[in-house]
Design a protein around this ligand. Structure first.
Ligand code: ZN
Length: 176
């Protein structure tokens, strides 16, 4: 059987005119060889869809790099926005105090020192109270109760340390 020109048309994936198409259809009805060729051609034409095109890996890597840069830029902008808004908010919150201090510095410095002294003396009084309470406790509480209390505290500390350690060991997520 003569397969020409149909074989060439099929192999070259030729764009057929309606007349040529009719001729080919007629030939395919009687020729299993060219029918098989048609099916192979269809399979070959549909294959590139699934198969990655040449340079796919390179383009993928390039796109990935571009995405990383964009991500980094987005994060940088986010940080700038956060910093600026944070500074603005802080300034807005502190502005009245800054103006007050600027308008009456001596009074504010005096008040600040007074507050500092107040905290200091309060702390002193507090530690004294604690010391007195401890002295009283050592007089009243028998030694074995102290042993129990101290071991309980040590146990709590151990649990706390382990939980912190586990928390810090938790997976950090994927950060690029
Ligand atoms: Zn044929």
């Amino acid at each position: 059987m003569n397969h020409q020109p149909f074989e060439t048309w099929l192999l070259e994936d030729k764009n057929l005119s309606p007349a040529e198409k009719r001729e080919l259809d007629l030939h395919l009805r009687t020729c299993s060889h060219c029918t098989a060729l048609t099916e192979t051609g269809l399979a070959l034409r549909s294959a590139p869809v699934a198969r990655p095109a040449a340079g796919f890996t390179l383009r993928f890597q390039q796109r990935l790099a571009a995405q990383k840069i964009a991500e980094r830029r987005r994060r940088l902008w986010g940080m700038i926005v956060l910093l600026v808004s944070g500074t603005g908010l802080l300034g807005w919150l502190l502005a009245p105090y800054i103006f007050a201090v600027a308008s009456a510095p001596v009074e504010w410095v005096t008040a600040g020192i007074g507050y500092f002294l107040f905290v200091l003396t309060s702390l002193q009084a507090f530690t004294e109270v604690i010391a007195v309470l401890l002295r009283m406790a050592t007089d009243f509480i028998p030694p074995y109760v102290w042993m129990v209390l101290i071991s309980a505290l040590a146990g709590l500390g151990l649990v706390w340390t382990i939980s912190i350690w586990q928390f810090s060991r938790a997976p950090q997520g994927v950060t690029a």
